[in-house]
Design a protein. Structure first.
Length: 240
């Protein structure tokens, strides 16, 4: 092949390679700018949960469900969680997690516990143990999981396994903030261990398109707070 044609062929190949590289960079830039734009437009949803008497409700779980669920949001919400056993109680008593998360149940008491659940969302049992169990428990199905201890009947806890990555638990003042929600419409619902009726009846709609902040309030009908009386436990300082 004559030298001139060889040089032209090389230049053509180099030009084509440069165009492909430029196209790749432009596509990456577009994705980056799109993600940055979505993050910049993300909204916060402030929620307030009260009971029928107007009192703030602590430990209510509020979940926002949207049609568009970025994989990054799911990955960020899914993780390795901890529910301690302290003074013969589950701490925290209510723990919201993303489906697919794992939970460790370390026993920080000087007595042994046997943690279990018969809830449809997760049936499991940790044999009588002290310290930290060898393996965490994987919660791979959405729903409410009620925890118990075969040794101490008053020990009751709740794992709320959310199908959505956007969830939050209310504080003592009944309020919480769902942060960084992508701009879209959401169905928002609230749950509490003493909720009367089905969780779906609490649904409220929130349109966060073009909004940087929004607010919702929930009024929940709650059952009376009835708990099993504690038996004396060595070193325990809690009672009711």
């Amino acid at each position: 092949m004559p030298p001139l044609f060889t040089a032209i062929e090389r230049l053509t190949t180099a030009y084509a390679t440069a165009r492909l590289a430029a196209a790749g960079l432009l596509a990456l830039l577009a994705l980056t700018l799109g993600a940055a734009s979505t993050a910049a437009r993300a909204a916060d949803l402030r929620v307030l949960v009260k009971d029928a008497a107007g009192r703030p409700v602590e430990d209510a779980v509020v979940v926002a469900v949207g049609a568009n669920v970025p994989a990054a949001a799911v990955q960020a919400a899914r993780g390795n969680e901890i529910i301690d056993q302290i003074d013969a109680e589950f701490v925290p008593r209510v723990k919201p997690i993303m489906v697919g998360s794992s939970v460790m149940f370390p026993n920080k008491d000087n007595v042994r516990h046997q943690v279990y659940s018969f809830s449809p969302a997760k049936v499991f049992e940790l044999p009588l143990y002290a310290g930290t169990p060898a393996r965490p428990v994987l919660f791979d199905k959405a729903g409410v999981v009620v925890l118990g201890c075969n040794i101490h009947d008053w020990m009751v806890g709740y794992v709320y396994v959310s199908e959505s990555p956007w969830f939050v638990k209310t504080g003592a003042d009944g309020s919480a903030v769902l942060r960084g929600l992508p701009p879209q419409r959401y169905g928002v619902r609230a749950w509490h261990p003493r909720l009367q009726g089905d969780e779906s009846t609490t649904r409220e709609d929130a349109d966060l398109q073009g909004e940087s902040t929004a607010a919702l309030s929930f009024t929940l009908r709650l059952r009376p707070d009835v708990r099993i009386r504690r038996a004396p436990v060595a070193g325990s300082h809690s009672h009711y």
